[in-house]
Design a protein around this ligand. Structure first.
Ligand code: NDP
Ligand code: GDR
Length: 379
């Protein structure tokens, strides 16, 4: 029975990876941060009573900024595989918290690698580092592959650049099995609510159900290569099962503008959106409603919006000081060496996310009708 340690287990990828590894028979240790509220929503369905004899999911309090804590956990759990997924992962927020981001996302990776080395586990423990397509930043060439030069464009991406190279360095210097998965954007119903896809799918559900009036967005022209997180955690695992440690791009090879993601997400509930105007004046207007599709998706007959209503507006607060305009990955190496191919395309991803958010807010409506107060957070 193999043992894995996942940092960032309470995040989107941590949750899907924990599920995958438990299915494969692993004992899974996870590091969670202490918070004043419960923060394990995404993995609560995997929770096992610590008194169970065959408990295979074990959580430890910890933080990537605390090397003694990390060293102790690695020493106690003796993992065969470490998946370093923990990070301050929001690009825009990294401009507000650059020093913390460098500490957690950059030096945090060093702490893990150095702990493995100091404990003399460099020949036993394999390390996966959550690298990112944000490393490519300012476009040098497309599609981006393992050999495309990096040009990071945010404190987040610069911190991840350090993490990328320190992983390569420990592999070369100490013969460690350490790999970078250079993952392009991947989303799911578990995606954090402030990332663009989830912000959109939540807003689509809320607007369609009459819980929100409009959606404020930043740069609609950014292009991203979006895949499903379920497919991407499989690639992480595959990388650590190879004979040799190597770095891999994981992507779909298809890129889409934010504006088109919005259109596709609204179309999922039968709302056809057209965009008019330029720059900050651009607006997303409800062109028409496909009544049959809307009724089927929402299970309601009467909508609080009608054709002509402005549902999407621009707010400059969501623009970044430096933007990454275009990401499109070339996953050929992963196809050939790992035999990895995504099962979800963008249409399937959007369907999964919108239907999940519609169910979520229908449940809220149900609770509100029963007299419960629901927090109405909008990002
Ligand atoms: P999330 O933001 O959903 O999850 C991040 C996780 O890291 C959470 O469990 C969070 O804990 C934890 N965390 C944050 N800071 C610390 C810290 N200082 N110490 C310990 N734990 C911490 O990210 P994703 O699941 O989407 O991404 C996983 C990793 O992959 C990240 O490193 C991200 O940068 C990277 N990545 C993600 C991509 C994507 O498209 N999703 C693409 C490429 C790379 P808490 O729940 O308490 O906040
Ligand atoms: P990204 O994801 O920065 O690519 O990083 P995000 O979803 O935040 O942004 C994608 C693009 O959408 C544009 N955008 C907006 N973004 C947000 N969040 N909110 C908005 O209102 C909005 N309007 C337009 C952005 O400007 C950007 O161009 C994600 C994270 O998961 C990283 O951790 C990971 O490394 C990369 O993906 C790959």
């Amino acid at each position: 029975m193999k043992t894995a340690l996942i940092t960032g287990i309470t995040g989107q990828d941590g949750a899907y990876l924990a599920e995958l590894l438990l299915e494969k028979g692993y004992v899974v240790h996870g590091i969670k941060r202490r918070a004043s509220l419960f923060n394990t929503d995404r993995i609560d369905h995997l929770y096992q009573d610590p008194h169970d004899e065959d408990q295979r999911l074990i959580l430890h309090y910890g933080d990537l900024t605390d090397s003694m804590n990390l060293t102790r956990i690695i020493q106690e759990t003796k993992p065969d595989e470490i998946y370093n997924l923990a990070a301050m992962s929001h690009v825009k927020v990294s401009f507000d918290t650059p020093e913390y981001t460098a500490n957690a996302d950059g030096v945090g990776t060093l702490r893990i690698l150095e702990a493995v080395r100091l404990l003399g586990m460099e020949k036993k423990t394999k390390v996966y580092q959550a690298s990112t397509s944000e490393l490519y930043g300012l476009v040098q060439a497309v599609p981006q592959s393992e050999t495309t030069p990096f040009y990071p464009r945010s404190p987040y991406a610069v911190a991840k650049l350090y993490a990328y190279w320190i992983t390569v360095n420990y592999r070369e210097a100490y013969g460690m099995f350490a790999c970078n998965g250079i993952l392009f954007n991947h989303e799911s119903p578990l995606r954090g609510e402030t990332f663009v896809t989830r912000k959109i799918t939540r807003a689509v559900a809320k607007i369609a159900l009459g819980l929100q009036k409009e959606l404020y967005m930043g740069n609609l022209d950014a292009k991203r290569d979006w895949g499903h997180a379920k497919d991407y955690v499989e690639a992480m695992w595959l990388m650590l099962q190879q004979e040799e440690p190597e770095d891999y791009v994981i992507a779909t090879g298809v890129t889409t503008k934010v504006r088109d993601f919005i259109r596709m997400a609204f179309a999922e509930v039968g709302f056809n959106i057209r965009f008019e105007g330029k720059g900050l004046e651009e607006k997303g207007i409800l062109d028409s409603i496909d009544q049959e599709k809307a009724v089927q998706a929402l299970e309601i007959e009467n909508f609080k919006v009608q054709p002509g209503d402005v549902l999407v507006k621009i707010d400059p607060a969501y623009f970044r000081p430096t933007e990454v305009d275009l990401l499109i990955g070339d996953p050929s190496k992963a196809h050939t060496n790992l035999g990895w191919k995504p099962k979800y395309d963008l249409a399937m991803l959007i369907e999964d996310m919108v239907s999940s958010d519609v169910s979520l807010f229908k449940r809220d409506i149900h609770l509100m009708n029963g007299g419960h107060k629901i927090l109405n957070q909008v990002e």
